[in-house]
Ligand binder design. Structure first.
Ligand code: FES
Length: 130
């Protein structure tokens, strides 16, 4: 694992990392929503593999994606069943823009670590025009 120094954070070379608490907060196969610096972020814990962190609200009508079903690498929005890839945030079978994604990992002692670096720049998050 790569060590990150305070100097790297202070220089702006590394995004801030937020500890969201124990991995046990998210049951296997489910997602949970976290508020981080005023932003809602959904973290999903598939039964197999890695964690995924995405913008929490669907770009269609703001459905809370953490309440949706997951499986086959996608999350299904609980409001109108639009699908998005967990890994990339890309829409599946709909014309919504991709979800914002965030780097997320689990520390050696089982804590969820979220990096606030996102796939989109400020102001790029778009609504779905459907
Ligand atoms: S709000 Fe998500 S599909 Fe409509």
């Amino acid at each position: 694992m790569m060590e990150t120094s305070f100097a790297q954070y202070a220089s702006g070379l590394m995004p801030p990392v937020i500890n969201l608490g124990s991995l046990e907060r998210i049951p296997p196969g489910e997602g949970r929503e976290f508020e981080v610096n005023g932003e809602l972020i959904a973290v999903f814990r598939p039964r197999k593999g890695t964690l995924y962190a995405l913008q929490a609200q669907c770009p269609h009508k703001a459905g809370h994606l953490a309440d949706g079903f997951t499986g086959g690498g996608v999350v299904v929005c609980p409001l109108h069943a639009f699908k998005f890839e967990l890994a990339s945030g890309a829409p599946v079978g709909n014309d919504c823009p991709a979800l914002q994604t965030y780097p997320v990992s689990v520390s050696e002692d089982g804590e969820i670590l979220l990096a606030l670096s996102s796939t989109l720049q400020e102001g790029q998050r778009l609504p779905c025009l459907i």
